[in-house]
Design a protein around this ligand. Structure first.
Ligand code: ZN
Ligand code: ZN
Length: 296
């Protein structure tokens, strides 16, 4: 339901189509123009084909989980909050004893610390990282794991396809120079040389662009987890530091592994590679696990 609400974003819809098309195209070129001509009759053909398709399946599974999972939307209250009353009370958080809780005037609800309002989703998202058109959803507390896994498998698939295309291209050049006549034997059924080269170039460009793009975001995501600051918080803390020079904003530092486990779950590190459901990080003792009662 949460994801369906985000479907209204046309940019997100286009990015989703582009993602599926790019994955299908890469698979088609790798099998049709790389593996079959270069490795036909060899066990490497099946092996590379199987490994590449497993990576693509994991990529799509993680992508689907990131798209359709609830990123951590703050529930809306059953009854409307009287905002005139709230504004007159200067320190609502003190009254409730929930430090860091704020009020979203657009959602008309209380939100826990680190929750931010997304203009695209039109909801407050717990530990919101950013709204990503490539998953047509917000990256938040509950789906960041799947988003990072999607980046990881996209990067892996990009590197793998670059390696396969380059290897096949070198093999093609060598076999042409060697004049062993293999191409001639295939006759008219073989795809034209220009078509093959065109597919190689398109896939290489696609892989390099996506590969570099996802690796940069992957690195940023890991840094934001380890430093325990989302990009929104980084920006806000930077502004606060500039305003209050010398008065350092104290940010409690947890061990890096504990921070990673909050995102990837408390299971085995091997499980971090798979889009498996793990208990929400709030179950691990994060202070804003409980929502306040809304009966104002
Ligand atoms: Zn909101
Ligand atoms: Zn959003």
């Amino acid at each position: 339901m949460a994801a369906l609400r985000c479907r209204r974003d046309p940019c997100g819809f286009v990015c989703l189509i582009l993602t599926y098309f790019s994955v299908l195209y890469a698979d088609y070129v790798v099998i049709q123009y790389v593996l079959i001509p270069a490795y036909s009759g060899s066990v490497w053909c099946s092996l590379h084909g199987a490994v590449f398709n497993v990576i693509l399946l994991l990529l799509l599974a993680c992508h689907s989980k990131a798209v359709f999972s609830d990123p951590g939307m703050v529930p809306l209250p059953d009854t409307a909050i009287d905002f005139s009353d709230l504004r007159s009370q200067s320190s609502r958080k003190n009254e409730r004893g929930c430090e860091g809780w704020t009020i979203c005037s657009r959602c008309e609800t209380y939100r826990p610390p680190r929750a931010h309002h997304c203009r695209v989703c039109q909801r407050c998202i717990r530990r919101m990282d950013h709204h990503c058109p490539w998953i047509n959803n917000c990256v938040g507390e509950l789906n960041q794991k799947y988003f990072i896994q999607f980046l990881f498998y996209t990067g892996l698939a990009s590197l793998y396809s670059i390696a396969l295309v380059v290897t096949a291209w070198i093999w093609r050049i060598r076999s042409e120079r060697g004049g062993d006549g293999e191409r001639d034997k295939e006759g008219d059924e073989a795809p034209s040389k220009h078509l093959v080269v065109a597919h190689y170039i398109i896939l290489l460009v696609e892989s390099v662009l996506f590969g570099v793009f996802v690796m940069v975001i992957f690195y940023d995501q890991l840094v934001s987890i380890i430093t325990d600051e989302t990009p929104i918080e980084q920006m806000r803390n930077r502004l606060m530091k500039e305003r209050t020079t010398g008065n350092q904003h104290s940010h409690t530092r947890k061990p890096k592994l504990a921070l990673l486990r909050e995102v990837f779950g408390r299971g085995s590190v091997l499980c971090w590679l798979f889009p498996l459901h793990s208990s929400p990080p709030s179950a691990g003792g994060i202070s804003y696990s409980a929502l306040p009662d809304y009966d104002v």
